[in-house]
Design a protein around this ligand. Sequence first.
Ligand SMILES: Cc1cc2nc3c(=O)[nH]c(=O)nc-3n(C[C@H](O)[C@H](O)[C@H](O)COP(=O)(O)OP(=O)(O)OC[C@H]3O[C@@H](n4cnc5c(N)ncnc54)[C@H](O)[C@@H]3O)c2cc1C
Length: 522
Amino acid sequence: MKRLPEHVDFIVVGAGVAGLRAAIALAAAGKVLILAKQELTESATQYAQGGIAVALSDEDEIGLHLQDTINAGDGIVNQDAGRVLVEEGPERIQELIDWGTQFDRQGTRLTFAREAAHSRNRILHAHGDSTGREIGRALYAKAVTLKNVTFSEYEFTAALHVESGRVGGVELISANGTLHLVTSSAVLLATGGAGHVYSNTTNPAVATGDGVAMAYHAGAEISDMEFVQFHPTALYLKNAPRFLLSEALRGEGAVLRNAELTRFMPKYHEMAELAPRDVVARAIAHELEVSRTKDPVVYLDMTHLKAEQIKTRFPRIYATCLKHNVDLTVDQVPVRPAAHYLMGGVRTDLEGRSSLPGLYAAGEAACTGVHGANRLASNSLLEGLVFGARAGHAMGAELTSKSSNSARLAVRPAGGDSGTDTDQFIHEVQQLMWMQAGIVRSRHGLTDALHKLQAAAEHLPLPYSRHNCEARNIHTAALLIVRSALARLESRGAHYRTDYPEHDDIRFKKHSIATEKGVRFV
Ligand SMILES: Cc1cc2nc3c(=O)[nH]c(=O)nc-3n(C[C@H](O)[C@H](O)[C@H](O)COP(=O)(O)OP(=O)(O)OC[C@H]3O[C@@H](n4cnc5c(N)ncnc54)[C@H](O)[C@@H]3O)c2cc1C
């Protein structure tokens, strides 16, 4: 069995777009260990379908991409971060192409698709709807050529190692349950999102909010956790996963119909099906609530589009739906919203530095404020590339020669089982969050969720194992979402409260920061 090193220069937790891109930048500065808790290919990056936004087409401008990002973020996009994203995006994409990424083309020209809330066609895609997989493939292929980069899969990072106020390593639980400590000059969290805080999610099973929870327990500031994006259209079939039906389908002309098969989006927004995601998700929630049939779904209809167009443009989506006996070209497809993307995360500056020395974060686990209160579709793969690269460069410049001879594993709750069934514990948190802290929120529901989560803290599953750590992380992320959502007494972006349905710019045109002391706005 491959032995883990006791010390490396840099640890990158996560092998999605952000972790891989950061590691490529870091390799010039020292030895990098990339950790993944499952196989390297299990990440949200692998499932990203629609594409990656970049202002590269002849009809587009960087300023327009910035403006669309700011508009989607509903007043609180960190404009410096937004500018970095759109200005550095083209260079990062060119680099990807140079490293072998095969984006779709017509002849020799890149093809750009349109998605919701984009004012131009600017979404690059690969193999139709396998953009993330192609980007991940190319980044991995580049990273393995770098002799300073080592990969270790199935290594679960359970906690950050903090010594004298500086993060200097990670505690790992291997697949066989053994604990290890690996020390390093600095650690980058690129652990992705937290979709599994909710009972309906498009996210892969690895998205349990581990990075955010570990950073929080180590004392780092966590920002904007109330902003969870719910994707309007996840396939909803009994016994099937909540497979994402990309926005790009609506970009190509698919429409939404309610239980009576009436198209409803035009009455909610002038952009109809291409309105911002939170608008579409809330419209669906409303249609479900008022439906006389009480069906749990609405329908995505693309039967009016050319069958060949659907099959060529969305081969993976078409094939996956067919596996579940749904033919996109002839059937009304049952869909409903699902938790999709976490705008909040570990608070960082534009170089990925968190508030804790030695700790960096990038990608979905991080919060630079670039998405504000709502992410513009297809901006997250780009975020992983741009801010992953930046974090890698900044971390590399900070290499310390500190040796780690004195480092010891912390004593953790081990031994006898707590008696709590882990899967049941997770299920209860997920249901609670879906009901009380989901698409539509109120003080009453959020307070109920807070009390129940606080009570559940007495029954966190033991012993200290991989799955029990995930349960604890889901619980921590859920508490952070609820506390932040309770503190934000307004509606903005993806955060909607029936008791405060309007913006309150005077008090809340700001970012929330959650620490153990409470939630404040800056
Ligand atoms: C179905 C779906 C479709 C999407 N479509 C698009 C799209 O078209 N365009 C777009 O821009 N965005 C899209 N997104 C969002 C985008 O894919 C993600 O935001 C982005 O890929 C996140 O990248 P990341 O590197 O931050 O994390 P991820 O790609 O999620 O990688 C996380 C990594 O962290 C590791 N990890 C997590 N916890 C631990 C731990 N405790 N110990 C060790 N390793 C750990 C995992 O093993 C994994 O390697 C989509 C998301 C989903 C789920």
